[in-house]
Write a protein that binds this ligand. Structure first.
Ligand SMILES: Nc1ncnc2c1ncn2[C@@H]1O[C@H](COP(=O)(O)OP(=O)(O)OP(=O)(O)O)[C@@H](O)[C@H]1O
Ligand SMILES: [Mg+2]
Length: 379
């Protein structure tokens, strides 16, 4: 594959190639083993650890590329079966588009519900996908057609459905059972279901009364070990004529508990602050942290503007604690002028649901470390 050259080697928010991806060898091997042996996988880990990245890395392996059609479908923004079907079709087509196979040509033939959106580009003559959500009149029919299309594939498919727990939130109640049935009948594709809400995902795959019970092998993703990440970061600096003290990487890793997104954001900024020939030292961490947080400030303000006052107060109180224990204790309530234990509980429930808080062993913290620091110190 062509070498991708980027200005800053600490990539955030997308997958580029092996070179900018740290480790995950065992996890990639694990996925390979399950998929090659015909098993579906449920990948469960807290947010921002690197689930989506791992799946993309796995899909990027030459042997997997060769043997399978791979599709990555992110259903995070979907709220209904119609949106699910729309996203599934749209994402599959987007990933097929660069190919020129007989199978691709059959897309609009078999999925007749999408035919309204079949347009030929005036300039190039290439077909495009111009379907709107409103065109999905009968989601179940379209879903059947998509699965029928997959069954026609010229090689097996692996379909990763990212943020799979979302289907539990759909307005329709039967989506889990419906999908399970379709997937079970589908011989030509295997699935990777990934999700960040541990209890929802576990419940889906491990509770006997649920349609997906024991239908996939579960794997949890842990942070990349600090030593491994340290070597990775140092070598990315060195390759480009810069240096970084091991202590910088270790401190950043510790502060953000190895959560890849936060660590990569910080290392990206630290790299930007280091000129060629120079060494990145621990004294630069504070500046980097400040820059990273301030770059997000507008989005934090927008977020708070949309948050009900009761939740905002509780969120800030928890941010100030870092990790908050005994949130319903008289001490905590008095310290932050909160109304009552029950109102704190109600707010926490909603904050958890909306992914703003996360539960630690016996306390709560903001899942976004940067937002937490901003709320505790700047706001
Ligand atoms: N092994 C890795 N090496 C380098 N960067 C990585 C690695 N894994 C993930 N990243 C980077 O860290 C960020 C977070 O990873 P990713 O989006 O995969 O996490 P996630 O668990 O899917 O998060 P979310 O729950 O928010 O979807 C991404 O921007 C990605 O670029
Ligand atoms: Mg993700």
């Amino acid at each position: 594959m062509d070498e991708v050259r980027v200005n800053n080697p600490f990539i955030v928010g997308k997958y580029l190639s092996d070179k900018y991806f740290c480790d995950r060898r065992e996890e990639t091997e694990f996925l390979r083993k399950q998929i090659l042996n015909g098993r579906d996988v449920a990948l469960i880990s807290p947010r921002r650890i690197g689930k989506s990245g791992l799946i993309q890395h796995f899909f990027n392996q030459p042997d997997i590329q060769e043997q399978y059609h791979v599709f990555f479908v992110d259903i995070y923004p979907t709220t209904s079966l119609a949106e699910f079907v729309y996203t599934l079709g749209k994402d599959i087509y987007a990933q097929l588009k660069p190919q020129s196979t007989v199978w691709k040509e059959k897309f609009f033939q078999i999925i007749s519900s999408f035919r309204v959106g079949f347009k030929l580009d005036g300039m190039t003559g290439a077909p495009s996908f111009d379907v709107g959500l409103g065109d999905i009149q009968a989601p179940q029919t379209t879903l059947d057609e998509i699965f029928a299309y997959i069954e026609e594939a010229d090689k097996p498919c692996v379909i990763a459905i990212d943020e799979f727990q979302q289907i539990g939130e759909y307005a329709e109640k039967n989506v889990e059972a419906l999908l399970r049935t379709k997937i079970q009948k589908c011989h030509c594709a295997q699935f990777i279901f990934s999700g960040s809400k541990r209890h929802v995902m576990s419940n889906m795959f491990n509770s006997p009364s649920k349609p997906f019970y024991q239908s996939a092998i579960s794997i949890g993703l842990e942070p990349i070990p600090v030593q491994t990440y340290r070597e990775f970061a140092i070598s990315l600096f060195e390759e480009r004529g810069r240096h970084v003290e091991a202590e910088v990487v270790e401190r950043v890793w510790q502060r953000y508990e190895g959560y890849t997104w936060f660590v990569q954001m910080m290392m990206n900024e630290l790299y930007a602050l280091t000129s060629e020939g120079e060494t990145c030292r621990p004294a630069m961490i504070e500046d980097a942290r400040h820059n990273v947080i301030m770059a997000q400030e507008q989005s934090y303000k927008d977020l708070l503007a949309n948050l009900p006052p009761k939740q905002k107060i509780v969120l800030q109180a928890i941010a100030k604690e870092g990790v908050a224990y005994n949130i319903t204790s008289a001490k905590f309530i008095k310290k932050y002028n909160l109304t009552s234990a029950s109102s704190v509980q109600a707010a926490v429930k909603l904050l958890l649901k909306n992914d703003l808080l996360t539960q630690t062993d016996n306390g709560y913290r903001l899942y976004d470390f940067f937002l937490s620091e901003w709320l505790a110190t700047v706001y």
